[in-house]
Ligand binder design. Sequence first.
Ligand code: SF4
Length: 320
Amino acid sequence: MVKCLRVNDMDFMTHEKRYRTLNETLKARFGKKVFKVSLNGHFTCPNKDGSKGVGGCIFCSPSGSGDFAGKVNDSLKMQYQKVKTQLLTKWPDAYTIGYFQANTNTYKDVATLQTLFEETLTLDSQMVGLAIATRCDALDKEKIALLSTLNKKTFLQVELGLQTIHEDTAKWMNRGHDLRCFDEAVSQLRNAGIDVVVHIINGFPQETSEMMINTVKHLNHLDIQGIKIHMLHIMKDTALGHLYEASPFPLLSLEAYVDIVVKQLEVLAPHIVVHRVTGDSPKDALIAPEWTLKKFVVMNEIDKKMRALNTHQGLYYQTR
Ligand code: SF4
């Protein structure tokens, strides 16, 4: 059944942007620019240290996706000040969100987490929220209760890595949990009133575009608030990098990636905020595909294609 869209569902529509961006959503909520400050809380990951798995997800870099986070040897305050100082030259009057990105940021005991997150909120009166990236199997009742308390004090978003709904791909990438674990974590976080942002990856070699679009369709039914869409990056010093160098496999071209993302946005529920349509990686760590280094080109190509097709987020959104 095709859902009838309400006017508010489409309030993101401009000539330039045909999807609901994080930037505009935060501006509307807080009245001015808000940027994220990536912090390193010195976490590891249960999929690396043997408690849930070893080796980590096949694409994961030694930094645990924290290539742009603060330096772990710096205090939180120092990390925060360094990043904030750089970004304030661009946006002198902005608010900030403290972003725990590297590795699994709920993978410590509850008391340690509470101290860390509460200390972070005291770093700056301009900080309006926290974003915490984690895995579904690193959340339990006590941790969700802590997040729920934080959620009452500040604007909180919990980011969960899913990457794909397809179990064969999940096994290939050594994700270390199944889809049910993810779905249950989303439901528990939502029962606690916490906003959930989900990471997905396009371009796994065994997935068709239809499979990637089906991952988005699944998310539509889970009451999530945000999505980050990435291309599969082949990075040095990762299991995937070694595999690719030993036996290269086809990767999506820029054109194919843009085509898939546009189709995913067309089926994505219109209220879900799109945090990213492409990922970043340091140039010297990337093996392929090289086009991912040109983030603004990728974003522009997506915008151009959506305008050319006169399409928008949610055009083909369907309820069950
Ligand atoms: S869950 Fe995240 S940090 Fe852990 S191995 Fe996978 S990508 Fe890396």
